[in-house]
Design a protein around this ligand. Structure first.
Ligand code: NAD
Length: 501
């Protein structure tokens, strides 16, 4: 499929999908193979219900084998002790191969978890950019010489940690993978990737490309399977040195316990959110702000960790602003994920579909005003339209819990103080947005928002140069930028006396 013309229409993408075949076995020790138990699980296209593949369901024995292989690869030094410039070359080759197979990779994610193809293509650009950035960083990161007396040479060296297990979610399957795998590999670690059981297929295609790029045997392995089986086995392993996790806060808490029960491995967590988006009455172009506010929640069907799921609007403009949001949402209806014009696609699976509809029911029961959406769309696929609730209060379930679906909760506020207090009244702290023309207010409010990232007069801005992560129960790690590279290395202090002393 590589280097074929760019698909442009629904028919082009459908034709590509028809000729696609999937690797569905685990990738251990440079070999694709079935799980030791022979067990498999189904991967289905949520837009059609079609069975895509029976995927190897790895468990504890597969984890133990992969960990032993990873340790051996780390010890033999073919990657861990390779000069950074050479690791860079291999990772850049991987990025090139991904670029050449970008349409196929995007198609796999769209078929596997239902996101629109336009969004998957954006994810591929993000994943490739991340691999390139981390590859380019690795031979520019210096150690230190400490300022000691001249009878001593004191060095601070950076070394890879060892075996890193990366456990990732399904909402941006390959991009979340790249955010973990790129810096961990660049730093010289052996990496075992456990993709989500809801979207395992692009990780296995990545394994094929990693082998082709020349990443040495055992340095990158992929174990598809469930969290409570193979994920837990990796997290409890005495031979895994670091867990790099993106997923829910509940599972993040479990992983910290597993680390405590085993070997105190490092645990980096990127968890959930209930992000506030604050709109002040001084904004000039309310239509533009409203369309951004709608996209902030409806992009990727609302299955986004930084979804702007709480819209806080100054009461003097609230009624008018909500009308504008409703108008913008009309143009964001779900459609065939393979149609390049679809803004939203299908919900990832039946469990998530049910969960979102349960939250919507609860919103109505608790007295929020349903302004649009709220019902599943008929059909074989799992589709929910943009749903907007107005008159939400901080006590309501839909105003507090992460829904992870296309459901917007609108709150009103009278003062800046009240807006900030409401924004921070959450256990999460992943993202926050602020729309205003008043620079004094922007400076004040930005500082006071308890959030890993604040978007001012935009939503979800950022590139590879900026760290991405949360505070409070949204996690403790940072993806992207050179800060993430530092997370995957240890500092070693070397105190050298020039004469024995
Ligand atoms: P999840 O926590 O259910 O699963 C995430 C991963 O953890 C999956 O691979 C799963 O198999 C694995 N897992 C589950 N139980 C496990 C266990 N006991 N031991 C080891 N591994 C286990 O999350 P999800 O439903 O896949 O993804 C949605 C969540 O991810 C949302 O909360 C969302 O906010 C969050 N997320 C956060 C970010 C971020 O950067 N902060 C980005 C994307 C998604």
């Amino acid at each position: 499929m590589s280097r074929t013309p760019t698909p442009r229409t629904l028919a082009d993408w459908q034709a590509r999908a028809a000729e696609l075949s999937f690797e569905s076995r685990a990738f251990i020790d440079d070999t694709f193979l079935a799980a030791e138990s022979g067990d498999t699980f189904e991967s289905r296209n949520p837009a059609t219900g079609e069975l895509l593949a029976q995927v190897a369901s790895c468990d504890e024995p597969d984890a133990a084998r992969a960990v032993a292989v990873a340790r051996r690869a780390f010890a033999d030094g073919a990657w861990s002790r390779l000069a950074p410039g050479k690791r860079k070359k291999t990772l850049l080759r991987l990025a090139e191969l991904m670029e050449a197979n970008k349409h196929e990779l995007a198609l796999i994610d769209t078929l596997d978890m239902g996101k629109p193809i336009s969004s998957s293509l954006g994810d591929m650009n993000g994943a490739i950019a991340c691999i390139r950035y981390q590859a380019e960083c690795i031979d520019k990161l210096y150690g230190e010489v400490a300022p000691t007396g001249e009878e001593t040479l004191a060095l601070v060296l950076r070394e890879p940690i060892g075996v890193v297990a990366a456990i990732v979610p399904w909402n941006f399957p390959l991009m979340m993978t790249a955010w973990k795998v790129a810096p961990a590999l660049a730093a010289g670690n052996s990496v075992i990737l456990k993709p989500s059981e809801k979207s395992p297929l692009s990780a296995l295609r990545l394994a094929q490309l990693a082998r082709e790029a020349g990443i040495p045997r055992g340095v990158f392995q992929v174990l598809p399977g469930f969290g409570h089986t193979v994920g837990k086995a990796l997290a409890l392993s005495m031979e895994v040195d670091c867990l790099a996790f993106t997923g829910s806060t509940a599972v993040g808490k479990q992983l910290m316990q597993y680390a405590g029960q085993s070997n105190l491995k490092r645990v980096y967590l990127e968890c959930g959110g209930k992000s506030p988006n604050l709109v002040f009455a001084d904004c000039k172009d309310l239509d533009l702000v409203a369309s951004h506010a709608a996209a902030a929640i409806f992009h990727n069907q609302g299955e986004v960790c930084i979804a702007g799921s709480r819209l806080l609007v100054e009461n003097t403009i609230r009624d008018d602003f909500v009308e504008r949001v409703l108008k913008a949402a009309e143009n964001m209806q779900p459609g065939d994920p393979l149609d390049p014009d679809s803004f939203m696609g299908a919900i990832v699976d039946e469990a998530q579909h049910r969960r979102i509809l349960d939250y919507i029911r609860q919103g109505v029961q608790e007295g929020a005003r349903l302004r649009t959406g709220g019902k599943a769309i008929d059909g074989p696929g799992l589709f929910i339209p943009p749903t907007v609730f107005d008159g939400v209060t901080p006590q309501m379930t839909i105003g507090r819990e992460e829904i992870f679906g296309p459901v917007l909760a609108v709150f009103g506020f009278d003062t800046e103080e009240e807006a900030v207090a409401m924004a921070n009244d959450t256990p999460y702290g992943l993202a926050a947005g602020l729309w205003s023309q008043d620079i004094d207010r922007i400076m004040r409010v930005t500082r006071r928002l308890q959030s890993g990232q604040v978007f001012v007069n935009n939503w979800a801005g950022g590139d590879q140069t900026m760290p991405f992560g949360g505070v409070k129960q949204s996690g403790n790690g940072r993806d992207k930028s050179h800060h993430s590279l530092e997370e995957y290395s240890e500092l070693k202090s070397v105190w050298m006396s020039l004469q024995p002393s």
